[in-house]
Ligand binder design. Sequence first.
Ligand code: TYM
Length: 334
Amino acid sequence: MDNVKKTVFSGVQPTGRITLGNYLGAIRNWSPLQDEYNCLYCIVDLHSLTVKQVPAELRKNTMELVALYIACGIDPSKSALFIQSHVHEHAELCWILDTIAYIGELNRMTQFKDKSRKHADNINMGLMNYPVLMASDILLYNAQLVPIGKDQTQHLELARDLAIRFNGRYSDTFAVPEALMFKSGSSIKSLQDPSAKMSKSDTNENAVVSLLDDKDAIVRKFKRAVTDCDTEVRFAEDKPAISNLLNIYSLCSGESIADAEKRFAGRGYGDFKLAVADSVIAVIEPIQAEQKRLVADKAYLESVLKQGAEQAERIARKTLDKVYRKVGLVGRIR
Ligand code: TYM
């Protein structure tokens, strides 16, 4: 990897369906970064284990997500594309960072509190430790930039705090990462409740558009999307439902929000909702076709993963050796 370029790291959990929110808030912003930066894009399977998984499904989802990354424009000849559990340094650095992370700061994390509420029968240590593993993902590669959606801001803050804390205690080691957020897509809302984010784990089918939904499902979901009380297609704070739809439309069609407001002036919500659905379908369909083709080519996906893990491991090993030395562990004689 090029030493002059900055490093970018990001990841998605292979848990259940990948949503339009994951795409517009994160994945879609990754491919344009590949020429300017050293990019590492990871499928964070260890994170997924913090909630109960069906093992065979997790494996299937993981390979489908590899294919989806490539279908969304991640080019394995430009970026390291790999699975988190293939590079064991992630879990090892997590242990070291655990020794400087405070229970109080992990307890306070909004996502930990949310997930503890949702999975009250399974509040495991991994759930609380989740942001420390995320910090390890990022710090292992000295990533300076982390493209994420708004919901990950608090976790990124923790990664920064841990980097600064470690550097202060053991001398300069880690780059302090920054979030890379694209305002318009960073918080796509539920189609049924615009005060909540569109979330993979939502139990209301109509609230979430999956990247794997077919045409009919997408049209149905947008038709059923909640709206605000008047009939005007206008972006405004007091119109959160229509603003969310306008946002999605603008991101998918490329038309500005102002132009879309003009186009749909006086036409009511029905037409507008169909146009939103069409714009999403136009983006998603080619991705689906390419993903389907790639999933069938297991040998290719495996070769990509092998190469990606090797690339990532080279960097990760160096960082971890340095960290082990700094904290006082005796290096292994090889
Ligand atoms: P995950 O898998 O929940 O989500 C993946 C990415 O999608 C973004 N996102 C959204 N963006 C806009 N609107 C939404 N409704 C929406 N829902 C999700 C998330 O912000 C995220 O960028 N902890 C991470 C995965 C992770 C990671 C990392 C990310 C693990 N290690 C290191 C960056 C760097 C997560 O749960 O993402």
